[in-house]
Design a binder for this molecule. Structure first.
Ligand code: HAM
Length: 413
């Protein structure tokens, strides 16, 4: 038997109904906040992610689904299944000159992403993200707008009390000072760091703070290193930006905590970074990650453009929400006269009612049994009903039955 690939999943039945509900909520909340939908391809030039997400990240180094297509050697093109969507949206923003429209330009998306990670609870190789990206606003109003939109989406799903963690990485200058200090203080420990951190030390030392290796984590607990981590490297302008964001969130009664170790696993961030977490998710606790990436548009060849966004993991949302009970269909037409049953079912569907009939032409009692499982009402079309032109309508939750004289009355019932 051919099975689904490790780390992928079929979504069907009741689960698919809940997924539709999550999608509808994303669409409503994002569109209410004036974000418009953007659908970008699920594969892009590999170079986009190498440069966009960053070649020191785990995503680019270990987790990309990269293929060579279109012929041998020099004609071959390297493409990659998108591991995330910020880089793709930025590519599209540049390609279509969205910067010519007056800012802000606001986009939302919902779709599959691909990372070749070790599958475990809450971590898949094909997973889905619902996210937004906002371009053209440098002010912390945009950071607040994006965080509020994330919270509104979570609230629409009944998730009211998740923990929001905030940090600021500062501008390239602050980031550089921070990076140099981390490098200096960790230099004597270099041999004790894990292999990944040895590589990060050269390419992106801030990412070392995000390491999950127990040995590395122990090193960060040393007093002198802790002191460097907790020291403030943020310049006045970046501090002011962060203060402004916190003020907006306070004003809106949004609770958050500051986590100085939060650096995020993608290279493009500057200033604000945030994650929304839930302990109920276990070790993969982040349901949402986001932040500001003011340098990315320019780095990928566009005009300098400030930007900020987030993405939520839909599978993790699914784990957290109270699942709504799936709706039953409106009508099941119960009849041994198959042609009449088919005709009535079609008419009901054309009038925007959900309806089903028995394609197996089974006995009346079997049909009624099936109807009571999947439908709110049974419409009984026996010989008498067909001859005299009326419908017997049975409420399948109460068992009550009544006669309905016309089709109009039936669909308005
Ligand atoms: P990220 O933190 O890599 O950020 O992913 C965002 C969310 O996607 C995570 O918090 C998690 O819920 C979900 N996720 C990530 N990997 C997996 C996986 N293997 N299995 C299941 N769920 C997963 C980004 O992707 C950025 N593009 C977010 C962003 C948008 N920043 C600015 N704009």
């Amino acid at each position: 038997m051919i099975k689904a690939q490790r780390g992928t999943k079929d979504i069907y039945g009741d689960e698919s109904v809940v997924w539709q509900w999550i999608f509808e909520n994303a669409k409503t909340v994002f569109q209410n906040a004036n974000f418009t939908e953007i659908k970008t391809p699920i594969f892009e030039a590999t170079e986009l992610f190498n440069r966009g997400v960053g070649d020191s990240t785990d995503i680019v180094n270990k987790e990309m689904y990269t293929f060579s297509v279109g012929g041998a050697d020099k004609n071959a093109t390297s493409i990659t299944l998108r591991p995330e969507n910020t880089a793709g949206v930025v590519r599209s923003y540049i390609e279509h000159n969205f910067n010519r429209q007056s800012p802000p330009q606001k986009f939302w998306y919902f779709g599959p992403m691909f990372r070749y990670e070790r599958p475990q609870a809450g971590r898949q190789r094909q997973f889905h993200q619902a996210g937004v990206e906002l371009f053209g606003i440098k002010d912390a109003t945009a950071d607040a707008e994006v965080i509020i939109t994330a919270i509104n989406f979570l609230k629409s799903l009944g998730l009211n009390d998740l923990e929001i963690e905030l940090n600021t990485l500062g501008c390239p200058k602050c980031k550089n000072d921070y990076r140099n200090s981390i490098k200096a203080i960790l230099a004597p420990y270099l041999e004790d760091l894990c292999d990944d951190c040895k590589m990060r030390y050269e390419k992106n030392p801030l990412r070392i703070l995000d390491c999950k290796n127990e040995n590395c984590k122990k090193i960060f607990e040393t007093e002198e290193i802790k002191e460097v981590i907790l020291k403030d490297y943020i310049c006045d302008e970046c501090k002011e930006h962060f203060e402004e964001l916190k003020n907006y969130l306070n004003e809106l009664n949004i609770k958050y905590s500051i986590n100085k170790m939060l650096v995020r696993g993608l290279d493009y961030y500057n200033r604000t970074v945030f994650e929304i977490k839930s302990e109920a998710l276990g070790s993969q606790s982040a349901v949402c990650g986001g932040g500001r990436y003011d340098g990315l548009v320019e780095m990928l060849g566009g005009a300098p453009t400030p930007a900020v966004g987030f993405a939520m993991g839909v599978e993790r949302l699914y784990t957290l929400i109270n699942k709504p009970t799936p709706q039953k269909i409106d009508f099941y037409v119960v009849s041994t006269n198959i042609k009449e049953a088919m005709k009535l079912t079609q008419e009901l569907r054309q009038n925007n009612k959900s309806a089903e009939f028995d394609m197996q032409k089974r006995k009346f009692s079997k049909q009624l049994e099936k109807a009571s499982k999947i439908s709110k009402y049974a419409i009984i079309l026996g010989e008498d009903e067909i001859e005299k032109g009326y419908y017997s309508l049975k409420d399948l939750s109460t068992g009550e039955q009544k006669q309905i004289k016309s089709f109009e009355e039936l669909i308005n019932f």
